[in-house]
Design a protein around this ligand. Structure first.
Ligand SMILES: [Zn+2]
Length: 283
């Protein structure tokens, strides 16, 4: 049956091709909202020149699903970790299963892991325990870290400072904090992932001047889809589900605040992502 209805194509006004190939370093494509049309979503990303997608694995089941997608699509890679919200479920057995995933060629980072003291779905003590266990797994595997931090910048920096000599590299994904927190991470030689948060004139305002403080070789871009639909889109999107094909709109916004071309910003973030995640450079 032809399933090509209006809601599985992007409105014309939103079809915006990137000036240079992009890597979406944070796409939650195992989210149930993509079950119905994942193939179309990946095809639309390719058409927009978002050539490479790194699917975030936020717990064991989602990390395993992300690996399956990476096996299925050559342009897709996976991360494997346990989100701070789920830290209360951390166990030695889970650590062994994660370690096995980290050994797979499809897995390019340990995470999403870190600290979230905003909602405390797991207690701070549980979060720190699961986080440090995953830092140890990153040291063991030699993989970089894909980190989540919300309202926990001070503690995060203390922990990362203690581990910095042993871990290879880390990116603070969906960075939304203040200037001091940003500089604390940059002083630790961390990478920064920016999302469509910066397109939000209500809560992303403070990020706009900060984009100039991030060296291009430390900056990567991500949708964090299906969450965080950018607010700079020139047309309404039915269902309001964010997807990788919309990443060029985020690049456009960051380039504007930085005062450089979208092509230059796009190619720099792609080079950085290829080096950081050790992706094949033809991607
Ligand atoms: Zn996150």
């Amino acid at each position: 049956m032809a399933s090509s209805t209006a809601d599985n194509v992007l409105p014309k006004a939103l079809q915006f091709h990137s000036a240079s190939p992009l890597v979406d370093i944070g796409a939650n494509l195992t989210h149930e909202s993509f079950d119905r049309d994942l193939e179309d979503v990946i095809a639309r990303a390719q058409a927009a020149k978002v050539n490479t997608l790194i699917v975030t694995g936020t717990d064991l089941a989602h990390a395993e699903q992300a690996v399956e997608l990476a096996k299925q699509y050559p342009s897709v890679y996976a991360t494997a970790g346990v989100h701070p919200h789920d830290a209360s479920g951390w166990s030695v057995e889970l650590a062994h299963k994660m370690k096995a995933l980290h050994a797979l060629p499809q897995v390019v980072a340990v995470g999403e892991c870190g600290l979230d003291f905003n909602r405390n779905f797991s207690t701070p003590a549980e979060q720190e325990h699961a986080f440090e266990a995953q830092l140890a797994l990153a040291v063991e595997s030699g993989l970089p870290l894909f980190l989540h931090e919300r309202d926990a910048g001070v503690r995060m920096r203390e922990i990362l400072t203690a581990w910095r000599d042993d871990i290879r590299d880390a990116v603070i994904h969906c960075f939304t904090a203040d200037r001091d927190t940003l500089h604390g991470y940059l002083d630790l030689d961390m990478h920064i992932g920016l999302t469509g948060w910066i397109c939000d004139e209500r809560r992303g305002h403070h990020l706009r001047p900060l984009v100039n403080d991030i060296p291009l070789e430390r900056l990567m871009v991500e949708t964090d889809c299906p969450y965080l639909l950018p607010r700079n889109l020139p047309a309404k999107l039915k269902g309001r589900r964010h997807e990788p094909a919309l990443l060029p709109w985020i690049v456009k916004e960051i380039a504007q605040w930085r005062g450089i071309s979208e092509a230059k910003l796009g190619s720099a973030t792609t080079r950085t992502a290829q080096r950081f995640f050790r992706l094949p450079t033809e991607s």
